[in-house]
Write a protein that binds this ligand. Sequence first.
Ligand code: HEC
Length: 256
Amino acid sequence: MNLYRVNVGLLVLLVVTLAGAWSLRTDPTRPNWQWMPDMVYSPAYDSFRPNPNFANGQTLQAPPRGTIARGQVVWHSTAAPEDALRAGQELVARVNLQDPATIERGAEVYRVYCQMCHGPQGMGDGTVARRGYPPPPPLPAGKSVEMRDGQLFHILTYGQGSMAPYASQISPPDRWNVIAYVRKLQADARPAAAAPAEATTRGPAAAPGEGTTEAPTEEGAKVPAGAPAGAPADKATGESAAETPPTVGEDKPDRP
Ligand code: HEC
């Protein structure tokens, strides 16, 4: 074999390769040429890209005014305390508050969004409260025991006093779920906190006669002192947590 020819051949190959590399001069900031990119590049518009097809030039369009999404509950309200009371009268739970799965999900939501302030048992002793945030009232013993489910929903949606609204973080179903868990905390605390029947049988430990039955009510009545004026009115119409099941029952025909 002629070595000279091989060398010339190799040299020509080298020159062609270098010339090719120089002439192609790929842009290092862009991906190389792709063989069959398939569907990597979608012709669809990304949500936040400009879009010449719509008058306002945006891809994401707001729903037309007045449209109601399937399953959406339309209930007009403001953050006002009167509306919190109205919520108690007009809003019914969208979930079965007794359902263990609901309570379990509610516990999860509570751990994420509530526990840092309200504490693991709702006693208002969460980390944030212990570090100086205005301590929340106890959930198992405070006014919220007497509040209707809808009113709790209003508090989670619009906030109350120094508690911020949670509408943007917690979906409406999860707000009902967490209410179910708050109700469970209250139910769990009840035998110790109130249990008038038991206490009466035990005798000396309980306050005299009927006063025992009223004890929780008085305790509840003390709290509204610094609270919105509407609170006593709510107490009048308010149902105790023990009356919650009928509310849930009423809700059923309402559900879409
Ligand atoms: C940043 C701390 C903080 C977080 C987080 C928080 N809360 Fe509160 N919450 C408060 C404070 C403070 C109050 C008392 C507000 C007031 O009336 O001034 C309160 C009040 C309440 C009340 C009314 C109690 C009453 O007796 O008036 C309920 C019910 C309640 N919170 C439930 C929840 C639930 C459920 C969550 C989780 C989704 C939650 N909160 C998250 C601080 C917090």
